[in-house]
Design a protein around this ligand. Structure first.
Ligand SMILES: [Cu+2]
Length: 119
């Protein structure tokens, strides 16, 4: 192998790795991805730290859902093929509910999750 070929391989390798990393990027620090589908949120339990801003990155795989977290005064639609971002800074520790507030079918009433804010 000549040197130019080896360099080309190295460059191609790192580009492929970069592309892979982009496609499979973990949520950025301070971000939590939550995926909505009939009739659940994944994850259904999210742990965050008190006093640290957290951005929920919300997506839906099927239809429009709602995301409501009354204790923090937030609600938004979650629309398919779109990322919806909501940021809170939880100043109180405890366990708080979030749920879908757009009727989405037979299991809608059970579509919810739990936010745990730890000290
Ligand atoms: Cu629903």
């Amino acid at each position: 192998m000549n040197r130019r070929f080896i360099i080309a391989l190295l460059v191609a390798g790192s580009a492929a790795e970069a592309a892979f990393a982009l496609r499979h990027a973990a949520a950025a620090p301070g971000e939590v991805e939550i995926q909505a589908s009939r009739f659940e949120f994944a994850p259904a339990t999210v742990k965050v730290k008190r006093g640290q801003p957290v951005t929920f990155v919300l997506t839906s795989v099927d239809r429009i859902h709602g995301f409501k977290m009354p204790d923090f005064g937030i609600r938004t639609d979650i629309v398919p093929d779109k990322e919806t971002r909501v940021t809170i800074t939880p100043e109180k520790a405890g366990t708080f509910a979030y749920f879908c507030d757009i009727f989405c079918g037979d299991g809608h009433e059970d579509m919810g999750g739990t936010l745990i804010v730890e000290d």
